[in-house]
Design a protein around this ligand. Structure first.
Ligand SMILES: NC(=O)c1ccc[n+]([C@@H]2O[C@H](COP(=O)([O-])OP(=O)(O)OC[C@H]3O[C@@H](n4cnc5c(N)ncnc54)[C@H](OP(=O)(O)O)[C@@H]3O)[C@@H](O)[C@H]2O)c1
Length: 270
């Protein structure tokens, strides 16, 4: 009964493994990493470490041997065409290794998005379904980290957050919440052929953001629309769907998702 995790030395993988250690013995956990040195802390926790590189199919089959459950953390490569090939390697190896249950970190409501990233996740999910291996799709909302592109510290300093005009909606989640939900799914039996939308229960707006910022700063931060703002993030955000929500995350974690105010705290210096 081994739980094998790829991308295990990354930020999400490490958080999931740390949560899993509260639920299953370390000797049932196998961390697959591309660079051995990054896995030292995992080895020190008693977790078995195996080499795996999405670009080297040979490494994958042996890495996945004996996996009752394989959590495939999507590749972090910046080129979605290369990512598609890497994902195909992982899926093929999972099939050859006779993985019993394949879990994949997808993106929330990907069918409603219109960027290469969302197409990649839809295609990967289809490829996984085509193997016939029982699957679970953990469709992650945008990590709250994107907030760092909005320069909140400057907003606090000036007492004003400048934003582009429009009715913007956002849905973001800290990795810690996703890790808690993923660990629950990995540690329990079942969850076969399920798709979970790991989003906040409600989207938030720029007004919600300035309210949270004002609370944290202890003084009012106003909101100003500014049509001259040029920031790549708004092009990206306009092509994903932040308005669709789900209670899946709350149900899997057994508690409400972290509030906006709490989740932005690590990104501001007061
Ligand atoms: N929902 C969102 O907002 C959002 C945002 C960013 C990313 N993501 C996706 O979520 C995933 C996990 O996020 P994260 O924060 O944990 O990312 P991360 O810290 O960058 O970790 C990515 C992990 O994937 C591994 N990896 C990359 N290329 C690989 C390859 N060719 N073969 C084997 N392993 C490889 C990395 O290994 P090395 O340490 O060797 O590089 C690392 O362990 C990302 O990979 C990305 O697909 C989602």
């Amino acid at each position: 009964m081994s739980i094998v995790i790829t991308g295990a030395s990354g930020k999400l993988g490490t958080l999931i493994l740390n949560q899993l250690l509260h639920k299953v013995p370390a000797n049932r956990l196998i961390a697959c990493v591309r660079t051995r040195e990054t896995a030292r802390p995992l080895e020190e926790l008693g977790i078995t470490v195996r080499y795996c590189d999405y670009d080297h199919p040979d490494s994958l089959e042996s890495a996945f041997t004996g996996a009752s459950k394989l959590l495939f953390i999507s590749s972090s490569h910046h080129d979605d065409t290369i990512r598609m090939r890497q994902h195909a390697h992982v899926i093929e190896a999972a099939k050859k290794s006779k993985v019993e249950h394949l879990l994949y970190t997808s993106f929330a409501f990907p069918e409603k998005g219109s960027i290469p990233l969302t197409h990649l996740h839809v295609a990967t999910e289809h490829a996984i379904r085509a193997t016939g291996i029982p699957y679970t799709f953990l469709r992650n909302a945008l990590y709250v980290d994107f907030i760092s592109t909005l320069d909140l510290n400057a907003a606090i300093e000036k007492g004003e957050l400048r934003v582009p005009p429009g009715d913007w909606l956002f849905n973001s989640i800290p990795r810690q919440d996703i890790a808690l939900a993923a660990a629950a799914v990995l540690a329990e039996p079942g969850h076969l052929n399920k798709t979970y939308e790991l989003t906040a229960s409600d989207p938030w707006t720029f007004s919600d953001l300035t309210a949270a910022l004002s609370d944290l700063a202890g003084r009012p931060i106003s909101l100003q629309q500014d049509a001259t703002i040029q920031n790549w993030i708004y092009g990206f955000l306009s092509k994903i769907d932040p308005s669709s929500t789900s209670n899946d995350l709350e149900q899997l974690m057994g508690r409400p998702p972290t509030s906006l105010k709490e989740s932005i705290k690590p990104f501001i210096s007061l």
